[in-house]
Design a binder for this molecule. Structure first.
Ligand code: C2E
Ligand code: MG
Ligand code: MG
Ligand code: MG
Length: 278
């Protein structure tokens, strides 16, 4: 106990803790206004075939342009949004905005799919099928063009509930991707029973692929499992040509990563001149 370490220590510990709580409370309050004040924005990352690097889709990634703190990444504010329940409202906004962005492209990119990340709390809120159905109807986007990415971690708290929700979402005709594959709830039996269409291999295994033998083993088993179940396998976090070459050799279907540039506005990411480093 901190108190046992003397008065000075106790106060130090206390002050640290208070700052931390205050910071989080401030962010939580600011986050409540962020949606209405138009401080949220989406950037996009392309998803491409490993073979000829053709763009097959884009993933929407959320950013918060905080008036004082600048652009915040989801790792900073999503945990707060999750804890406060604000994530449901945020998630609704992301879905509508991303679908509207896609709809605005019109027939120019008619085959492009759009991936939107969905958090555990959103998934089990029970509202998602209705929200998704409504957003699809409003934007007239075909359901099979929407990929909902659910992190493997979403299944740790309430696996049965999460699976039930995925089933309902599938009935809308949308595509389901299992995100961060390999880092969370990885019972093979469980994965086999999930109504998923895409496996996204977590970038922690992809990053060290050329050098680290154990990463190669993880990616190879993800490919074996995914292809064995008839799923599309996507590697995330590809930063260089060497990694892409290894993935290509292993028979990986598609990839995403900074090799194609940092996530950016949709038009920029889809422009033919968007920086390809190789
Ligand atoms: P994720 O869905 O696994 O997204 C991939 C993350 O890895 C993104 O970070 C992306 O910018 C980053 N990344 C992609 N390629 C590379 C690469 O080659 N190298 C490196 N170092 N990083 C790469 P970001 O945008 O910070 O998002 C982090 C996580 O936050 C996402 O992981 C996702 O779980 C969550 N997230 C993002 N947007 C949303 C959203 O709209 N809703 C929800 N619920 N979660 C979101
Ligand atoms: Mg994702
Ligand atoms: Mg991922
Ligand atoms: Mg990831």
């Amino acid at each position: 106990h901190a108190k046992g370490r003397g008065r000075g220590r106790y106060e130090l510990f206390d002050a640290d803790l208070r700052d931390d709580v205050e910071e989080r409370l401030e962010l939580a309050t600011a986050l409540r206004r962020a949606v209405g004040d138009g401080e949220l924005e989406l950037v996009y990352q392309s998803r491409r075939t490993c073979g000829d690097r053709r763009v097959t889709g884009v993933e929407a990634l959320l950013r918060w342009r905080h008036p004082e703190l600048g652009v915040l990444s989801p790792d900073v504010f999503l945990p707060i949004a999750e804890r406060t329940g604000r994530i449901v409202e945020l998630g609704d906004w992301v879905l509508r905005q991303a679908l509207a962005d896609l709809a605005e492209l019109g027939s120019a990119h008619a085959n492009l799919v759009l991936a939107v990340n969905v958090s555990a709390r959103q998934l089990v809120s029970g509202r998602l099928p209705r929200t998704v159905g409504r957003a699809l109807a409003e934007t007239a986007v075909a359901p099979h063009r929407l990929v909902l990415e659910v992190s493997e971690h979403a299944f740790s708290d309430d696996p049965a509930g999460a699976r039930q929700m995925l089933q309902e979402l599938k009935e809308l005709g949308v595509v389901i991707a299992l995100d961060d594959f390999g880092t969370g709830w990885s019972s093979l039996q469980y994965v086999r029973e999930l109504p998923v269409d895409v496996l996204k291999v977590d970038r922690s295994f992809v990053a060290d692929l050329p050098g680290e033998q154990s990463c190669g083993a993880v990616v190879a088993s993800a490919l074996g499992l995914g292809h064995g179940m008839g799923l599309l396998v996507v590697a995330e976090g590809v930063e260089d040509a060497e990694t892409l070459e290894v993935l290509r050799g292993m028979g990986c279907d598609e990839y995403q990563g900074f090799i194609d540039g940092e996530p950016a506005g949709l038009d920029a990411v889809l422009s033919p001149s968007f920086p390809l480093t190789q």
